[in-house]
Design a protein around this ligand. Structure first.
Ligand code: SAM
Length: 256
């Protein structure tokens, strides 16, 4: 304990000498602020009424407490996706890629009142890095009284994760699978192949980042998208094909 305190004292002195006391105070404040925001946001979410428009819910995620639950999406695209999904009565949603909880919050708002929502994220993974544990109560507060939410902090590619999802769903089928986790070709393909077996007959799969990303060679969702889309009824929600990121692809089984 004494060594720990001595090391801590040494670190504080080093920071003050190197960066100044104002830097130390502001860094501590930044960290502390996030914890406080998390609790304040839970309270705010509890008081949100049901009759918010999709646009105002999206605004809420971007503007409240410095974008604490901001989705990593193009605003116009996520609004269009939610408008399309809302009338489809989503009872079961599986999301891969929770991160700040932006899409998780929005999807839980357009799901049915009795929905089951599962979101998977691997802490410190590529393409966003997941989320710290202290955010768990915040994400759990997204759902209303009769909805259920399950957060799985694990690799979506692991067979144990798939098994966990299957156990949670029991005999229920998935209405929406939203893929926004591993963005490599092999990664997103694996997610698609592993989880599509859970879909119901008219289940929807949403793919984020179908636009070509010249700035990040690891993002190749577009390659998988172009390989599979013609096999399904599909829709591309893209504000501008030259925007170099984002873009949402949406597929459903073709009607016979
Ligand atoms: C782009 S972010 C998700 C953004 C979120 N859907 C939103 O818009 O609000 C991608 C997330 O996927 C997670 N991820 C990457 N590879 C993963 C894997 N194999 N299993 C689970 N999560 C993964 C990252 O940790 C990151 O938090």
């Amino acid at each position: 304990m004494r060594t720990f305190l001595n090391n801590f004292k040494k670190l504080v002195v080093e920071i003050i000498e190197g960066e100044g006391i104002l830097y130390l105070i502001s860094s501590l404040f930044q960290r502390f602020k996030k914890f406080v925001y998390v609790h304040m946001l839970r309270y705010k979410i509890k008081r949100l009424t049901k009759n918010y428009s999709i646009k105002s819910l999206v605004d809420f995620t971007y503007k409240t407490y410095e974008g604490l639950i901001k989705p990593k999406q193009k605003t116009s695209e996520i609004i269009q996706l939610l408008e399309l999904l809302k009338p489809q009565k989503l009872h079961v949603i599986v999301e891969i890629g929770t991160m700040k909880g932006g899409t998780l919050f929005l999807l839980s708002r357009i799901a049915t009142n009795d929905a089951i929502i599962i979101s998977i994220d691997l802490p410190r993974a590529k393409f966003g890095g997941g989320y710290p544990k202290y955010r768990v109560p915040l994400y759990k507060s997204f759902v209303s009284k009769n909805q259920k939410i399950f957060l799985i902090r694990a690799d979506s590619h692991s067979k144990f994760t798939l098994k966990k999802v299957q156990n949670l769903l029991k005999d229920k089928k998935v209405d929406l699978l939203f893929l926004d986790g591993d963005h490599t070709y092999r990664g997103v393909k694996k997610d698609f192949e592993m989880y599509k077996s859970l879909l119901n007959e008219q289940g929807i799969v949403g793919f984020h980042d179908i636009v070509v990303h010249p700035g990040d060679q690891d993002v190749n969702v577009n390659k998988l998208w172009n390989e599979i889309k013609e096999d399904y009824e599909y829709l591309e929600i893209v504000e501008d094909w030259d925007q170099q990121w984002a873009g949402i692809g949406y597929i459903k089984k073709k009607k016979r």
